[in-house]
Design a protein around this ligand. Structure first.
Ligand code: GLU
Ligand code: ASP
Length: 506
């Protein structure tokens, strides 16, 4: 057991948690700050400094980007596990993310795409590995592990809360645009100041990480070098497959089977995502001689994966569809001040910080042995997702009559979705890391991100339908999907529990 395991320097937790808490807080600041204004920046006419994309194209780019961010966590976790260790991977990731935001701060279309690509690569290196390191701060029987993850989750949400306020104000507010004008700058540049603030946030995270690295003890050290070269061969094969895939897509584009447009590439990516998912789980189940116990763990991971994918596909529209709804159909006047649409992105994290996270922690303790099982929590989470979308049908009906609706509609909806998230997200993150067989610990953390990836992709694509279908129709369909998923998940709770309580092999 390493020394850091027993330390209690950060709210009764190892000091290393403070390092990871603040680093991830700033990383999420940069992620959610840029995400809060991304779709709005893309759909804003060029005359106002935006990219002037139509909603279908913006939704496709948004879906592709956010999905790739999470997808990159799979190789990111694997490379850290096999070669460089989580600690170095996190550092590399942070630097690349910062460069990505800097590229977005430069106002050209080319740097926009380069920036997005860097953010994908950087987050892939950072996000899964910093989360894995949280678990490594504790010995396996340390009862503080779960509460350590809860605290860490608070850090994530503090970053997610502050970011839209800062980046949204810089990017969207009339006040900041006037300031730019006063200094003789183009007010349309405001968006790029928003992206620049995200870069500053990531820089703060990096400084914190480097200065606090000595608190991490043994967490995230590279694995002992392997002489058989198996991992290296796998890496080369992976890179070759990626190159082949890129070649295949380029070929299909050249032959006219894939349209060279955001939506065309988005469609192709959807197919790739499906193939990756099926191939990944097939491989995971067959990659090793798993014991019965390990196999049972993997199966449970698969069930949670499907539930989480559906949940995130409905939830992840917060930054896309619902952000557009806030921009176009919501009255944003409060006490005579017109606030930027992106500020509503701060509602979810503030609910979590100020009430839901501590409230749910209290509730689970209070319920004691009657605390719902992980699958039951998934079902409850889905129910709240359905309720949230149900509320939005009412808002959409009013918006379609041409009114600007009260922001309270979105405020209630974000509350319901955040309650759903409370039932599902912390359970998922900690369950995945507990369930994962040791050999694939970093990798199965990536499974959790694959669910977020598919969810984000679908979220972006649905946002792309914003101008094509009636909002009432879109929101009703989403509500129906959530209701059906709730029922299926609820029906699965019992068999899953029975299955889980089956004796484990030694
Ligand atoms: N909002 C949490 C985060 O950014 C969880 C998101 C997810 O798992 O998709 O870390
Ligand atoms: N609640 C999300 C997470 O835990 C943050 C957000 O959606 O703004 O990071």
């Amino acid at each position: 057991m390493s020394l850091n395991t027993n330390a209690t320097g950060f709210f009764g937790h190892p000091r290393g948690l403070s390092t990871l808490f603040f680093t991830e807080m700033w990383e999420r600041f940069s992620y959610y700050g840029m995400r809060a204004i991304l779709i709005l920046f893309m759909t804003t006419p060029a005359i106002n400094g935006g990219l002037g994309f139509d909603v279908a194209a913006a939704g496709a780019v948004y879906g592709l980007y956010t999905a790739l961010v999470y997808l990159a966590c799979l190789p990111g976790g694997w490379i850290a596990d096999r070669f460089i260790g989580q600690r170095r991977a996190t550092l590399i990731g942070g630097i690349v993310i910062m460069c990505g935001h800097i590229a977005l701060a430069v106002p050209t279309l080319g740097t926009f795409y380069v920036g997005l690509a860097l953010l994908v690569i950087g987050t892939g290196f950072l996000k899964p590995n910093i989360s894995t390191m949280v678990g490594q701060l504790y010995s396996s029987d340390d009862h503080r592990r779960d509460s350590g993850y809860s605290l860490y989750y608070m850090g994530i949400n503090i970053g997610a809360f502050l970011a839209p306020l800062v980046c949204g104000w810089l990017g969207q507010s009339a006040g900041f645009r006037e300031t730019l004008h006063r200094y003789g700058l183009d007010p349309g540049m405001a968006w790029h100041f928003g992206f620049g603030a995200a870069a500053v946030g990531m820089a703060a995270g990096l400084i914190h990480y480097v200065r606090g690295a000595h608190h991490l003890g043994d967490a995230g050290q590279p694995p002992p070098p392997q002489s058989d070269g198996v991992a290296r061969n796998q890496l080369l094969k992976g890179l070759a497959s990626l190159a082949a895939l890129a070649g295949l897509i380029a070929g299909l584009v050249a032959l006219g089977f894939i349209e060279l447009s955001a939506t065309g590439l988005g469609d192709a990516f959807g197919v790739i995502l499906l193939v990756i998912t099926v191939a990944f789980f097939t491989w995971l189940f067959t990659m090793a001689e798993w014991t019965d116990d390990e196999r049972r763990r993997l199966l449970l991971i698969l069930v949670l994966f499907v539930g989480a994918t559906i949940f995130w596909s409905l939830y992840e529209q917060g930054g896309s569809t619902l952000n557009l709804f806030a921009e176009r159909s919501t009255d944003k006047h409060l006490l005579g001040y017109e606030f930027p649409a992106s500020w509503l992105q701060s509602l979810n994290p503030i609910y979590i910080i100020c009430g839901l996270a501590p409230g749910f922690a209290w509730l689970w303790i209070k319920l004691g042995s009657r605390e719902p099982s992980s699958p039951a929590k998934f079902a409850i989470g889905m129910l709240f997702m359905a309720l949230g979308w149900g509320v939005m049908i009412g808002a959409a009906a009013r918006a379609e009559q041409g009114m600007l609706v009260s922001p309270l509609w979105l405020a209630v909806m974000y509350l319901l979705h955040a309650i759903g998230e409370m039932c599902l997200s912390p359970v998922g993150l900690s369950a995945m890391s507990k369930l994962a067989p040791v050999r694939v610990a970093g990798l199965t953390m990536g499974v959790w991100f694959l669910a977020s990836s598919i969810g984000s992709y679908l979220g972006g694509r649905v946002a792309g339908l914003y101008d094509t279908f009636s909002l009432v129709k879109i929101f009703s369909t989403l509500t129906l999907i959530a209701i059906v998923s709730t029922v299926i998940m609820a029906l699965l709770v019992r068999p899953l529990r029975r299955f889980l309580s089956a004796p484990r092999s030694p």
